[in-house]
Design a protein around this ligand. Sequence first.
Ligand code: ADP
Ligand code: MG
Length: 410
Amino acid sequence: MTADPIDILRTTFGFSGFRGVQQQVVDRVLAGQHTLAVMPTGAGKSLTYQLPAVAMPGTCIVISPLIALMHDQLRAAEAVGIRAATLTSVDDNRAGTIARFRNGELDLLYVAPERASSGYFRDMLGQARLALFAIDEAHCVSEWGHDFRPDYRLLRPLLDSFPNVPRLALTATADAHTRADILEQLGIAPDGLIVAGFDRPNIRYAISPRDNVTRQLQALLDEQPGPGIVYAPTRNAVERLAEKLGDGGRPVRAYHAGLPPQVRAQNQADFVASEDMVMVATVAFGMGIDKPDVRFVAHAGIPKSIEGYYQETGRAGRDGDPAVAHLFWGADDFARARQRIHEVEPARQSGERARLTALGALVETAGCRRAILLRHFGEHPPERCGNCDNCLTPPKAVDASVTAQKYLSA
Ligand code: ADP
Ligand code: MG
């Protein structure tokens, strides 16, 4: 007998109810149906496989791209009493883990995608009962996605050798094209797609051409006394901006991959504890940081894609209180991005170009920013949101000297 999901939600996880589409996803998995769930970061994707893993007989195999992520997930799962393990090259008790799996003593087994191609691993999976396959960060399977990992392509034959085991693919970032590709690559029927609401109504979006970015950022800081993040494109830009903004009287820290780990950790801890600090950072900053009261996220240059923009700005206002996302862009950002596209492998160039064009449309629009963002994620938002720069102050006319489009098409 399978226990009631609501009971497991309360007793094992300690939550009072499902959020958003969680229940829909869990119901499909429990019914044995293949599913692709597209849910924004923080929406609670892990629960949608962890709960079925507890509810169903057998082990849930979780494919995850990064060992560090796996170990975080493992700790979180064990903390609520779920029987879980990782099977990676850095784990020393692999034989013990395999024995636990064979004896049916694991709810969750986290593995890296490269293991999928091993015949030994496939045989091992055949030796005990499987509850489901959870494929985390599923956009990695698509060359259209922003983070293609060839190892994810090895998954399909493994999944196909267990045709009766339900598949649950999970991602926060997938435009329509990438989604269709994930469904196809992982053998999930199109009606298995579930998309959660991406709207963050308390975030006010604004996008402006850059002139004097230090002055522009300083003006933003003056309006927003609460904690905030300023994303800059390079380590040098981070250092420079942190120094200049530090003259304004607010506590300012820097964060990028070139700083010693203990400095990074200290700056991050200071930021999380602070009520007025400004963190100037590269995109290396933010993943897994739980700070609900970030009041603004600024970009001193264009992000990599709309997905990146959504993810980075999404770190503002997690507490639901008003927050601001302000992007400052220059034509040179687009020129440089176009240049970089020539350097990636040919197979990926059209995807990269499409991503840059989509970003250009967001930057250029005289219409609602939120509507463009949400349409990008497959939603059908109203024409105007009333909480972005263009809705609040409709632009008079587009200034042809600052259009991004010509730098996109040249
Ligand atoms: P994602 O992978 O979608 O970014 P996580 O699975 O890491 O999100 O979950 C984000 C946070 O939400 C976690 O702290 C998790 O414990 C919490 N969470 C998940 N589901 C619920 C729920 N139904 N009620 C309350 N909190 C939840
Ligand atoms: Mg996750």
